[in-house]
Design a protein around this ligand. Structure first.
Ligand code: NAD
Ligand code: UGA
Length: 465
């Protein structure tokens, strides 16, 4: 059976771009991406491609090419499930905020809802693909729900975790380091794996398509994110030692990265990692380890998250102590709110925690981010529940130009590594600020000597300041 119709449940940062690329590379397959969030679906269908709900370089042109031909966005979940031979589950799997495992375990309620809906609607055999990041052994939960509905439909569950990074999603999808597919080792399982391998083979070289058992695939995804985040926490741990000793973390990163066993990627010091996944996936891993009684393993990985929290708080502390131990009533301009450059995503962005800490000290904050609008900034702050929304509204302003944002500021804090920040007219910025004018670079992107020659007092994370 060659797959002719795919349904993807979840039109988010993974579902949207992933299906757009599959649609482009497999013109004979009809793909419907469905979501219960109507506003999101309307945005995916907007004629104005700048309004797509996900900003990713290169995504607009792929959507323009495929949408309405073999790529569709819809809220009619049932119809899409009914039509499809293969269903990707790409819904969110956030950290639980209630009950057992609160603050640590993955909340699988959206996954379970999908499984129940598939079970309810399906009349013919389906291959169900876990695209969301899931705790190891989730496939058995999905299988148990699907197999116990008594409608005689046969299901195969595959694990096909996604490794794209935001900001480079299209590139990562077009040229992945590998595609991982886990399936049952039965004949039916192998057949289902082969169907998915065939789809990716349209553009991914065969040797990059790795097949494993389901549990290895599920666990590899959590492991990959844990290893990546651990590298960031490791270099950030060194950044503070560098600041105390006069070593320069950028030189240290280069020196260790040239060791081919270590490698040079993912060693950029920062104000901390953000994004919707690193923290949640590590906490999920910690929870799994704890549930097997593996406390040493759990503590080891939990340290990565603790280090990250330390790094975020250390940055706001540095701002406060440098500005004579008080930021009360002082205006601090944030360049960047997204959790990394080239995305409009702000989930778990370090900017949020840093802002919250400074607001607790009664600072006034003005924010400029090239892709994040003011509603999102207030939403992120209000979600913390640290103070009432009116106070956030009063203390925080979001502006559409960096030069407007900066007027009358005591300090600039760089929270995201947007390329354009490097090329701003820093002389002009200096002129419109109060003196002494401070720059706190949480991303290591500014030319310290140049800024100092203009007159700024500069702190760059990890560099012997
Ligand atoms: P997201 O929040 O952007 O999108 C998920 C979407 O699923 C939402 O629009 C939501 O409305 C929808 N949804 C939830 N329940 C639904 C239901 N029952 N029926 C229909 N739609 C439903 O999330 P995301 O960033 O795309 O992440 C999805 C999964 O992929 C997560 O498990 C995440 O860990 C994983 N992942 C994310 C990334 C990333 O870069 N964001 C990368 C790799 C893996
Ligand atoms: C990460 C992984 O890189 C993807 O492989 C994975 O699919 C995804 O999580 C996921 O599962 O969601 P993403 O979070 O989109 O992707 O972006 P990254 O490039 O990994 O950056 C994460 C955070 O770490 C950002 O805040 C970034 O600024 C920070 N970072 C990254 C550093 O501080 N230093 C680095 O050297 C690299």
């Amino acid at each position: 059976m060659a797959i002719k119709n795919i349904c993807c449940i979840g039109a988010g940062y993974v579902g949207g771009p992933t299906m757009a690329v599959i649609a482009q590379k497999c013109p004979d397959i009809n793909i419907t991406v469905v979501d219960i969030n109507e506003a999101r679906i309307i945005a995916w269908n907007d004629d104005d491609l700048t309004k797509l709900p996900v900003f990713e370089p290169g995504l607009d042109s792929i959507v323009r090419e495929t949408r309405g031909k073999n790529l569709f966005f819809s809220t009619d979940v049932d119809a899409a499930i009914d039509r499809a031979e293969m269903i990707f589950i790409s819904v969110n799997t956030p950290t639980k905020t209630y009950g057992k495992g609160k603050g640590m375990a993955a909340d699988l309620k959206y996954i379970e809802l999908c499984a129940r809906q598939i079970a309810k609607i399906s009349k013919n055999d389906k291959i169900v693909v876990e695209k969301s990041t899931l705790p190891v052994r989730t496939a058995s939960t999905i299988k148990s729900i699907l197999d116990n509905t008594g409608n005689n439909v046969k299901y195969q569950i595959l694990s096909n975790p996604e490794f794209l990074a935001e900001g480079t999603a299209v590139e990562d999808l077009l040229q992945p380091d590998r595609v991982l597919i886990g399936g049952d080792t039965t004949i039916e399982g192998e057949r289902a794996v082969a169907e998915l391998v065939d789809i990716y083979s349209n553009w991914v070289p065969k040797e990059k398509i790795l097949t494993t058992n389901v549990w290895s695939s599920e666990l590899s995804k959590l492991t990959a994110n844990a290893f990546l985040a651990q590298r960031v926490s490791s270099i950030n741990a060194m950044s503070v030692i560098c600041e105390r000793t006069g070593a320069d973390v950028y030189e240290v990163a280069k020196a260790i990265g040239m060791d081919s066993r270590i490698g040079s990627k993912f060693l950029k010091p920062s104000v901390g990692f953000g994004g919707s996944c690193f923290q949640k996936d590590i906490l999920n891993l910690v929870y799994i380890a704890k549930s097997y009684g593996l406390d040493e393993v759990a503590n080891y990985w939990e340290g990565v998250v603790e280090m990250n929290n330390y790094q975020k708080n250390r940055f706001s502390d540095k701002i406060i102590t440098t500005m004579y131990n008080t930021v009360s009533g002082k205006k601090i301009t944030f360049f960047g709110w997204a959790f990394k450059k080239d995305t409009n995503d702000t989930r778990e962005s370090p900017a949020i925690q840093v802002a919250d800490n400074l607001l607790n000290e009664q600072a006034q904050i003005s924010v400029f981010d090239p892709k994040v609008d003011q509603d999102q900034v207030y939403k992120d702050l209000n979600l913390l529940n640290t103070r009432d929304p009116e106070t956030n509204l009063k203390l925080v302003k979001v502006l559409e130009s960096p030069y407007e944002a900066i007027i009358g500021s005591h300090a600039v804090a760089i929270l995201t590594e947007w390329e354009e920040f490097r090329h701003y007219d820093w002389n002009k910025i200096y002129e419109s600020m109060l003196k002494p004018a401070f720059v706190f670079d949480g991303r290591g992107i500014v030319d310290v000597n140049n800024l100092k020659s203009i007159g700024f007092s500069v702190y760059k994370i990890g560099a012997g300041n």
